[in-house]
Write a protein that binds this ligand. Structure first.
Ligand SMILES: NC(=O)C1=CN([C@@H]2O[C@H](COP(=O)(O)OP(=O)(O)OC[C@H]3O[C@@H](n4cnc5c(N)ncnc54)[C@H](O)[C@@H]3O)[C@@H](O)[C@H]2O)[C@H](O)CC1
Ligand SMILES: [K+]
Length: 496
């Protein structure tokens, strides 16, 4: 069965770190060619599991060790009775070291090496053994042409280690990339397989550690960690005698005229996620709706910062921004938040006003930008944010001395010290209105219940993405109130 996200390792590496790991394993006594042979067997197992009756394999081979993996898979397939064609996009004479050995072993097994050409007829399953972690820039010809023709062929593709053309560090397409149905990645997970645009190019992901010594792997520095398994924080167990006063008081500030829903969703989320008390500071005209929808929430009509002051003093956590708007009312309330010591979560228009230089969040809180808000906060384009999401998240965490939750497929969390976490749960159906408000309220509730800032943001992101995934896979709509209910269910499951 394909590995579920929780079966994958937690460490995410850069291309350079995986090369370091390769070198460490070789230095520790495992020959590079042995690693390559193990890689080939892992790829061949995954290929037969996914396409057991294909019977035919076309290998597109480059000139590095990624190609070496491909040559050895071609030999395994031929020995298993499959029809095999190996098309060399680069000059096979350029192969060096282990890759040259692999080429020679393939030829000895009867594999015929044909030069790739535009009119080469591919058939069966195609093995992308063109480029791996050695990709060093936009894909050059003739590799680019070969990749375009492969993508246009509609044939099933297994990518060796990483789809050719996808940057192993940032998950960006460098000119052109192979769109794979299955990627078999080796020795270490690359960050670029989970961030940027990778989820649309990698397909099903299978990992094989090539029997690497776990103690040696544990010593290898990584660039990020996945939020999964042991890495997902948990709320402290509640003593039987606990009362709501010990579970924090979240103050949600937002809901300008016509924008009440966002603030209500944030308040509802904070309440459903276990905060002891939740207050909503909003426009007076919204109070009736707020009380009707969530009677447990204490609603307060505030017209200016002065009316917010006493309310704010009673709160242990502020969630500022949902439906705040960027007018005088929102600016007035935000100016008080900016001088408040309580831990804060700034979202939506609070971030836009901060990007405009109106105010700055006190350090030590959480900012939750989507790529557009992140772009405004960094003064760059959204495309630039998406082109290097890890760098954007880390830059925002440093600039605002806050935990940055950079939302989107493969949500990233960065802290000012440079720690980077990635959540690979979620679902495309989550790209909708209101879900950011639910996340902001959820982070506030977990902060209010005593989790440290990064832990609260991490658990919230994981719960939010897992709940969205569970609802979407059940074919349910993603109404924010349904999401709150599943988040509560997940919290109960976690504490069971
Ligand atoms: N023992 C090991 O090291 C193992 C490695 N594994 C596989 O090896 C690749 C990494 O191999 P490497 O030789 O470092 O690089 P690549 O094969 O990815 O590519 C180098 C090759 O590609 C050409 N090239 C680089 N950039 C471009 C570009 N922009 N356009 C065109 N061509 C480019 C370059 O000239 C070289 O010819 C790793 O991914 C694994 O698949 C084994 O899996 C495990 C053992
Ligand atoms: K590849």
């Amino acid at each position: 069965m394909p590995q579920s996200p929780d079966n994958l390792p937690l460490a995410l590496y850069s291309a350079a770190q995986v090369r370091e790991l390769d070198a460490r394993l070789i230095a520790a006594g495992t020959p590079g060619f042995e690693l390559m042979s193990r890689a080939a067997h892992a790829i061949w197992r995954a290929l037969r599991r996914r396409w057991p009756d294909a019977g035919a394999l076309s290998v597109l081979a480059g000139c590095g060790n990624n190609a070496g993996d491909g040559y050895l898979v071609a030999a395994l397939a031929l020995r298993a009775g499959w029809r095999v064609q190996l098309l060399a996009v680069g000059d096979p004479a350029q192969l060096r070291g282990d890759a040259a050995l692999a080429r020679d072993e393939a030829q000895a097994a009867g594999v015929t090496i044909q030069p790739w050409s535009e009119c080469a007829a591919l058939s069966g399953v195609v093995l992308d053994a063109l480029l791996g972690t050695g990709l060093n820039g936009a894909v050059r010809e003739p590799y680019a042409r070969a990749i375009r023709l492969l993508n246009a062929s509609g044939l099933p593709v297994l990518a060796v280690d990483i789809p050719s053309g996808l940057c192993a560090d940032r998950g960006q397409v460098l000119g052109v990339a192979v769109r794979a149905q299955l990627t078999v990645t080796l020795i270490g997970l690359k960050l670029g397989l989970f961030t940027g645009v990778a989820p649309d190019w990698v397909g099903e992901l299978v990992f094989d550690d090539l029997q690497a010594d776990p103690a040696l792997v544990a010593r290898q520095a990584c660039v990020a960690q996945r939020l999964a398994g042991a890495n997902v924080p948990r709320l402290p167990a509640r003593p039987r005698g606990v009362h709501k006063g010990q579970l924090g008081h979240v103050l949600v500030v937002g809901g300008d005229r016509g924008l009440a829903g966002a603030a209500l969703l944030a308040a509802q989320s904070a309440l459903r996620s276990g905060a002891g008390m939740v207050s909503l500071a909003t426009r007076g005209e919204h109070l009736a709706a707020a009380q009707a929808r969530i009677p447990e929430v204490m609603g307060f009509a505030v017209a200016s910062a002065n009316q917010l002051r006493s309310l704010g003093a009673a709160a242990s956590v502020w969630v500022v921004g949902p439906g705040l708007g960027q007018g005088a009312w929102g600016r007035s309330l935000l100016s008080l938040a900016a001088i408040t010591d309580a831990p804060q979560v700034w979202d939506a228009d609070a971030l836009n006003l901060m990007a405009a230089g109106v105010v700055k969040m006190p350090g030590g809180g959480v900012i939750t930008p989507h790529p557009g808000e992140a772009a405004r906060l960094l003064g760059i384009s959204s495309a630039a944010v998406q082109a290097d999401r890890p760098a954007a998240a880390l830059a925002l965490a440093r600039r605002y001395q806050a935990v940055c939750v950079l939302k989107g497929a493969g949500t990233l969390l960065a802290d000012p010290a440079g720690q980077l976490l990635l959540c690979d749960r979620g679902h495309p159906a989550m790209a909708g209105a209101g879900l950011g408000d639910v996340l902001a309220g959820l982070i506030g509730a977990l902060l209010a219940q005593g989790l440290p800032v990064l832990a609260a943001a991490s658990l919230a992101v994981w719960l939010h993405a897992s709940a969205g995934e569970r609802l979407a896979e059940q074919g349910c709509g993603l109404a924010a109130s349904d999401l709150c209910a599943v988040i509560r269910q997940l919290l109960l499951e976690q504490s069971a």
